[in-house]
Design a protein around this ligand. Structure first.
Ligand SMILES: Nc1ncnc2c1ncn2[C@@H]1O[C@H](COP(=O)(O)OP(=O)(O)OP(=O)(O)O)[C@@H](O)[C@H]1O
Ligand SMILES: C[C@@](O)(CCO)CC(=O)[O-]
Length: 961
């Protein structure tokens, strides 16, 4: 290709042999010496002009505000600084213009330019403009007395009509090309000549940030001023903010220089240095970024998405673009047709970071309507044709194969695409990087098109794919039959043991997509852990126990997905899994809800349980993960039943220590229950704001009626059974209902009972985690064998613990008992109860050490094991009068022993459901900031465990049981 031929687009992905520019500079380097005038762009980038007295190869940072002497070139850094001069000289070389200026940010650059406008002047601007530009223009209009008109500048007739209307009052036309985020193209030559003909004084101003001077130099196309956010491609590393103004005409340069000096907005020396350093690699970064962006655009386009990218043959103004620019850039956008799907895609990527801005070496993904363009009102966005589901991709310099892997995973997980089974051949491009190397290196475009060909866009209507054409020709039924035949499927019961991710049938897609359209919002639930004060273990055998919720909670997030997949993300135990729903063992699964309302069955169904156990064992899960996944799948398959196989992504995270006796499994089970009841539309929550305040660490109201709480509790108990074997039900009752309870289970024909206890809340408890792991299931089974071995002794212990629970209930419910007596009464019962538990064999040396520490003088406190024991946690009652300093000493000594103490509040709210989210949630997660809202799912996965509750408060309105 001829270096001066700008009309032919470069072949994306193919850099020139020197790995630098596709184009040379236009022949106008007036300020550059003759022998250098033919240097190409990449060479100029790498060769900074420096007149340093010591010949430093890197421009020194003149970190000084003032300069001594009266006749020197510089006096005050606001007016000029040698590092800034070096940068501005370099920028003028790159923009091939007479003057360039560096200011503090891109918006400062625009602000300086807009100061050239006077009240009554007319400014014309495009419709698809950056939100920040729109904000500043609105300010100019409302506070600066200028008339601002938005129009599609590229429609010649419209522009001519407006120019005719406003005549010489038009003093400025603000153009972006390509626009951000819709990648619309404006014909810069055409606009400049029309504007100058109509109003010779008018300045054509081009925001060139999307291109950088490497790809487009608008001053050579007739523009008067170019500005650029140096924060983007020019710096390339998102470690500096800067704005650039480039001009050719001297009188314009003088006015701009005056304004920068007057407002003191020149770029600071350190930042000038960083920008100079970034510029050195501008061309090679851009080559790589443009080439990868082209591959990504091709990939999405082949999948059938509507992609905005001027490098694609489908772009309506591709020729205009290549007539004025040397490449398509590295920003593209695409639509999915569904805001929920877009959120899932954006939230599901790992390598593509969620962030505003673009142009840096790492790739970014965003939804402009909730991020960079959130400052434009929703009505205006709609008016200007900005789809709310639009996703913007800003491509960096990572290996394109990793970027595609990550994007593909998220597209699949979100349900936006699914794997095709109508093609016989082995994939030419498996997802691991190495085997794809040859084809990728030899022909990246073929590689990407073949790769995209393995998938189809969910719900796509005949857009270039065989699958979609099949759908049109022969209908969904035929297609489904075809797929099933190929997979050896006979019916909805399916064939068990298909490999993970093997099937995606369209009947299921259509069933689940209907659910996705009715409710695609996030399902977020939470439930508290518990402390048992009296009666653990004995409660399994029918004795009364007393327990209260604590202010440490488990949270779960569920998003619906239309692609017939169930995925689990349980970061606390390191489990990530995804299955196609049809590979679950439906054939052997006979368990069903007990009635039409979907009440939970009282017992596990042994055959169904065994089938799921085997399925997970075959999948290679270890014991903790096995139990955690088993609880989810068992509940999912039973609630959903065979007819409803809804896709979902489920993630649970807990602030509780897991397996430590504080009811982590019950709060986890309660979250499973509530989330999956919501998934199958079986759980109603009342969006009430006038009910009583719930006693949660985050605000909310009681809005889940008792009947619904019972429904959740029933399913939570079933999930608890999966994890525990033989739970009494007290833990899940507390997790769902909250507060404090006296509880006995129904047994041997004797009805169970549950009574709320008041007064418990005011008592202070110290919970101390021994960090000694143990299994509740095994400890409960151990006590059962002991009782079987010596029934008389067992009966004696049970009777004694029942007596303790009765006496404790008496103390807690007595209206006029002096506080001191209450505390001392409970203290002795704690000691008594521990002795019985110790006798049952469920204490542990670590628990005894905690008892010794807390019981020693001067503390003299009562402590017992809580929960299943065998390690886990101890609970210590803290009397009201205990001095704070002494308590802190005790806590410190426990920490010194290697234990983890928690001073906890008890008796707070039970299960909560987020009923209306702000959808876009500001969180203190990485990347959050102005206009930078993180999808709930992503934020939930990223927020620090200790901050889960604070974060939950910000997600929206909660209702509790
Ligand atoms: N956040 C979580 N993520 C995944 N699995 C969890 C989570 N919380 C609890 N579990 C499941 O619950 C099990 C722990 O239950 P276990 O009954 O042993 O402890 P606990 O409930 O904390 O104690 P206790 O029953 O004595 O109160 C884990 O092994 C895991 O299977
Ligand atoms: C040990 C036990 O009593 C309490 C576990 O927190 C078991 C149960 O009641 O399910």
């Amino acid at each position: 290709m001829n270096d001066n031929d700008y009309s032919t687009p470069p072949t994306p992905g193919v850099a020139s042999p020197l790995g630098t520019s596709i184009a040379s500079l236009p022949s106008k380097p007036s300020s550059v010496e003759d022998r250098r005038k033919n240097w190409r762009f990449g060479t100029i980038c790498a060769t900074t002009e420096s007149k340093d007295q010591y010949g430093a190869s890197s421009v020194p940072i003149y970190q000084t505000a003032t300069f001594k002497g009266l006749n020197g070139e510089y006096d005050y850094t606001r007016s000029g600084n040698p590092t800034r001069t070096a940068l501005e000289t370099q920028l003028a070389r790159l923009y091939t213009c007479s003057r360039a200026f560096a200011v503090s940010t891109g918006m400062t650059a625009l602000d300086i330019i807009l100061r050239l406008i006077q009240p009554g002047d007319v400014v014309l601007a495009g419709t698809d403009i950056y939100g920040g530009t729109d904000r500043l223009l609105t300010f100019l209009k409302t506070q600066g007395g200028a008339e601002v008109r938005h129009l599609d500048l590229d429609v010649r007739d419209d522009l001519e009509a407006v120019l005719q209307d406003v005549g010489k009052r038009c003093k400025m036309v603000l153009v972006e090309s390509p626009t951000n985020p819709l990648l619309k193209i404006a014909d810069l030559r055409m606009i400049s000549s029309l504007v100058h003909a109509a109003s010779p004084e008018a300045l054509v101003v081009v925001d060139n940030t999307m291109m950088s001077p490497y790809l487009q130099r608008p001053l050579n196309l007739g523009a008067d001023i170019v500005y650029d956010s140096g924060t983007k491609y020019l710096s390339g590393h998102h470690d500096v903010m800067a704005g650039i103004i480039a001009v050719e005409r001297d009188e314009v340069a003088k006015r701009v220089a005056f304004l920068i000096n007057s407002t003191g907005t020149g770029l600071a020396p350190q930042d000038c240095f960083l920008l100079l350093r970034g510029l050195k690699t501008l061309s090679i970064r851009m080559d790589r970024q443009c080439a990868t962006a082209h591959l990504v655009a091709l990939y999405l386009n082949t999948l059938g998405f509507h992609v905005n990218f001027p490098g694609l043959a489908t772009h309506p103004d591709r020729d205009v673009h290549y007539g004025q620019a040397d490449g398509a850039g590295a920003v593209l956008s695409f639509t999915t047709g569904d805001v929920g799907a877009s959120e899932r895609i954006v939230g599901g990527t790992r390598l593509w970071g969620i962030s505003v801005s673009f142009g840096c070496v790492n790739s970014l993904i965003s939804m402009p309507c909730v991020m960079s363009h959130a400052s434009i009102s929703a009505e205006k966005r709609a008016e200007r044709g900005l789809p709310e589901n639009l996703i913007r991709l800003c491509v960096g310099i990572e290996d394109p194969r990793d970027l595609i892997d990550d994007l593909e995973h998220s597209l699949l997980e979100s349900g936006a695409i699914y794997q095709r089974f109508d093609i016989d051949s082995e994939p030419a491009t498996p997802t691991t990087a190495e085997p794809t190397r040859d084809i990728y290196v030899a022909d990246p475009e073929r590689w990407i098109v073949e790769r995209a060909g393995r998938f189809a866009r969910s719900g796509m209507q005949g857009k270039g794919h065989q699958l979609a054409e099949d759908e049109q020709k022969s209908g969904v039924g035929a297609l489904v039959d075809n797929v099933k035949t190929k997979l050896g499927f006979s019916g909805p019961e399916g064939k068990e043991g298909q490999t993970t991710g093997a099937v995606s049938t369209n009947d299921s897609n259509s069933a689940s997509s209907s659910s996705a359209t009715t409710a695609d919002q996030d399902i977020l639930v939470s439930a508290p852990g518990k402390v048992i004060l009296f009666g653990e273990h004995a409660v399994v055998h029918g004795v009364t126990a007393i327990a209260a919720s604590i202010n440490l909670r488990c949270f779960a997030h569920l998003s619906r997905r239309p692609d017939h997949k169930l995925s689990l993300d349980l970061p606390d135990i390191g489990l990530v899994r995804e299955w196609d729903i049809d590979v679950l063992p439906w054939g052997s699964f006979t368990a069903q809800p007990t009635d039409k309302e979907g009440k939970a069955p009282a017992e596990l169904d042994p055959a169904s349980f065994a089938a799921v156990e085997k399925f997970l064992t075959d999948d290679g899960l270890g014991s903790t993960a096995h139990a955690a996944a088993l609880a989810i799948i068992y509940v999912y398959m039973t609630i959903g039943n065979k007819q409803e196989r809804r896709g979902a992504s489920y993630c649970a995270r807990s602030a509780l220590p897991i397996g430590a006796g504080l009811g982590s499994s019950a709060s986890y089970a309660s979250c499973i229950s509530a989330a999956f009841l919501r998934l199958f539309d079986r759980l109603e929550v009342q969006p009430t704001s006038d009910g009583p305040e719930a006693d949660a660490p985050y605000s909310g109201h009681r809005g889940i009626p008792a009947s619904q709480a019972d429904l959740i509790n029933g399913w939570a108990f079933l999930a608890e059974k999966v994890i525990h074997g033989n739970p009494s039900g007290i833990d899940n009752a507390v997790a769902v209902k909250g507060g404090a309870l006296s509880f006995s289970r129904a047994m041997n024909g004797k009805p169970g009972g549950m009574t709320g206890l008041r007064g418990f809340k005011s008592i202070r408890f110290l919970l101390t985690d021994t960090k000694v792991p143990r299994s509740t299931k095994e400890l409960v089974a151990g006590v059962a064998s002991k009782m079987q071995a010596d029934p008389a002794d067992g009966k004696r212990v049970m009777t004694a613990i029942q007596d303790i629970a009765d006496r404790a209930t008496g103390l807690l419910t007595s209206a006029d008992l002096p506080r001191k007596q209450l505390i001392s009464g409970l203290s002795s019962l704690i000691d008594e109860n521990h002795d019985h538990l110790s006798h049952l064999g469920v204490s542990h040396p670590a628990l005894e050490l905690i008892r010794a520490r807390t019981g020693a003088s001067p503390h003299n406190l009562s402590t017992k094991l809580t929960g299943a024991g065998g390690g886990g946690c101890a609970v210590t009652l803290i009397p009201d009068e205990m001095p704070e300093a002494q308590l802190q000493d005790l806590i410190q000594s426990l920490l010194d022993d290697g234990f983890q103490p928690y001073l906890t509040a008890v008796g707070g709210a039970g299960l909560g459901v987020l009923h209306s989210s702000s959808r876009a949630v500001d969180v203190d997660a990485p990347g959050a900031g102005e206009h930078n809202h993180i999808p709930i799912r992503k934020a939930f996965q990223e927020v620090d465990a200790a901050r889960l509750e604070v974060w939950a408060e910000k997600t929206g309105d909660w209702v509790f049981t």
